[in-house]
Design a protein around this ligand. Structure first.
Ligand code: GTP
Ligand code: MG
Length: 441
């Protein structure tokens, strides 16, 4: 019998209400122990109860309890929820009382969800979607995660697996029954099906890469010579004094990051050390880190307070990033100053001039790169890698002369697709299919 696990399901104290969740075979016993044997609540009906300490019989708290008998619960096991007052001491008192009940222990990170997965209540992509949903900071992230968590991709994966298994069944039949020559058209059909799958997966890998911008956020680095106003821009956009600003050139050394929500894109904006040749070892390290930040960035804001600098060639380290760079003319505090430019973004961190336009252009850049393409599948690199492996396997199957070897390739593709949702069981799927699928028999 597995342990009964419990944990605080809601956020940290203090809060109005805290939700403590229990799951496992002893959840019912624990609930009656804590409610001092009072009548058990009806399933899924919020019921007010005093919660009693089983050791001292003292009152722990008064709260709402809920009972979700197996299998109709998040984990598929018996689940109880205790909605108690959200103060640190109330929560601690109930958690301590629970730990004295035999068979009950604190849950490990992710354990509720792991049980839901083990019970077949969720597949892996749904689990990942749920994790993303909990971590979502922007609205676009929330929407993407919600689609994934509610199993939107699952039908697609099932459809792909079904089609693969049909292809596999044909190939296996060709191996197993060589005496009944397979009609040419069935083999042609197979080849077309394989090519269609490869095409679909290639598209999904592309779409997935695009939505990764939403899931993982977009990295924007601020670069430029010392003293051009990089830290001032970061502070202005962050709305707080995150980085030190001074008239001394070479103030910033470490990379300083702030998070912004730019039209739904979770942007990580990094301020960096001013780029210049220097004898100072610490500053030199800062410049090295600045260039690392530039390499890691999706977009770069290249700043100068001198338009001539912006119009001349980019520094060597940035010369291959032209498509990712915004040229920003800083310290344009008066309107006349701001007026003089084409192809540059004149801004003033002092007055705020030009910043709205700059943010709008940045958001557009995110959109054109990462699109409104909210593809619910293949959002993680893991998914795209598995699909790419599956593509390779199928392409290999196409050039394979022996049916048995081609079947092996298709089997690899099934396993790769199955790895995405965490449900890999080629043989059992084949058994089912073979029971109803039979070529000319
Ligand atoms: N008038 C005016 N001064 C500005 C503006 N932005 C920055 N400055 C000033 O320029 C100086 C340098 O600003 P910083 O933001 O520290 O420049 P930085 O590029 O981060 O400099 P380093 O960290 O040394 O590379 C400071 O004295 C700022 O007050 C602006 O928009 N207008
Ligand atoms: Mg600085």
């Amino acid at each position: 019998m597995s342990d009964t696990i419990f944990a605080l399901g809601s956020g940290p104290a203090p809060a109005g209400v805290a939700v403590i969740r229990l799951s496992g075979p002893h959840a019912g016993t624990a609930l009656s122990t804590l409610t001092d044997g009072r009548p058990f609540p009806d399933p899924r009906v919020a019921t007010l109860r005093n919660l009693i300490d089983p050791t001292s019989s003292g009152l722990l708290d008064q709260g709402i309890v809920l009972w979700f008998p197996a299998p109709n619960s998040f984990t598929g096991e018996d689940v109880a929820e205790l909605h108690v007052h959200g103060g640190a001491a109330s929560i601690q008192a109930v958690l301590s009382a629970l730990s004295t009940i035999p068979g009950c222990r604190m849950a490990e990170a992710g354990e509720f969800t792991r049980r839901a997965f083990a019970a077949g209540r969720m597949n892996l992509t749904e689990v990942e979607g749920l994790a993303d949903l909990i971590a979502a900071e922007t609205d676009a992230q929330r929407r993407l995660a919600l689609r994934q968590a509610s199993g939107e991709g699952a039908d697609l994966y099932k459809n792909w697996t079904d089609r693969l298994v049909r292809i596999l069944a044909t190939l296996e039949a060709a191996v197993d029954f060589p005496e009944d020559d397979l009609p040419e058209q069935i083999l042609n059909r197979n080849e077309i099906d394989i090519r269609t799958l490869v095409e679909e997966w290639t598209q999904h890998i592309e779409l997935g890469r695009a939505s990764a911008g939403i899931r993982d956020g977009v990295r924007v680095a601020i670069l430029g010579a010392p003293n051009v106003g990089k830290s001032s821009l970061l502070n202005r956009l962050a709305g707080r004094d995150a980085a030190i600003v001074s008239e001394t050139a070479g103030t910033t050394r470490d990379v300083i990051e702030v998070r912004l929500d730019l039209g739904g894109y979770a942007v990580t904006l990094s301020d960096t050390a001013g780029l210049r040749e220097t004898e100072d070892r610490i500053e030199e390290e800062g410049v090295r880190r600045a260039l690392d930040a530039a390499r890691a960035a999706d977009l770069i804001l290249y700043l100068s307070d001198d338009a001539t600098v912006l119009r001349s060639a980019l520094p060597n380290a940035l010369s291959d990033r032209e498509g990712d760079i915004f040229l920003i003319l800083t310290k344009q505090d008066t309107e006349e100053e701001a007026d003089q430019t084409t192809g540059l973004y004149p801004i003033s961190s002092k007055t705020g001039a030009g910043l709205t336009q700059l943010l709008e252009r940045l958001e557009e850049a995110c959109q054109s790169r990462y699109g409104a393409a909210v593809a619910a599948v293949a959002v993680r690199a893991r998914h795209r890698e598995a699909l790419a492996e599956a593509c390779d396997a199928l392409e290999h199957a196409l050039i394979e002369r022996e049916f048995a070897l081609a079947a092996e390739d298709v089997r690899i593709a099934v396993t790769q697709v199955g790895r995405i949702t965490g449900r890999v069981d080629v043989e059992s799927i084949l058994d089912v299919v073979f029971s109803e699928f039979c070529i000319g028999k």
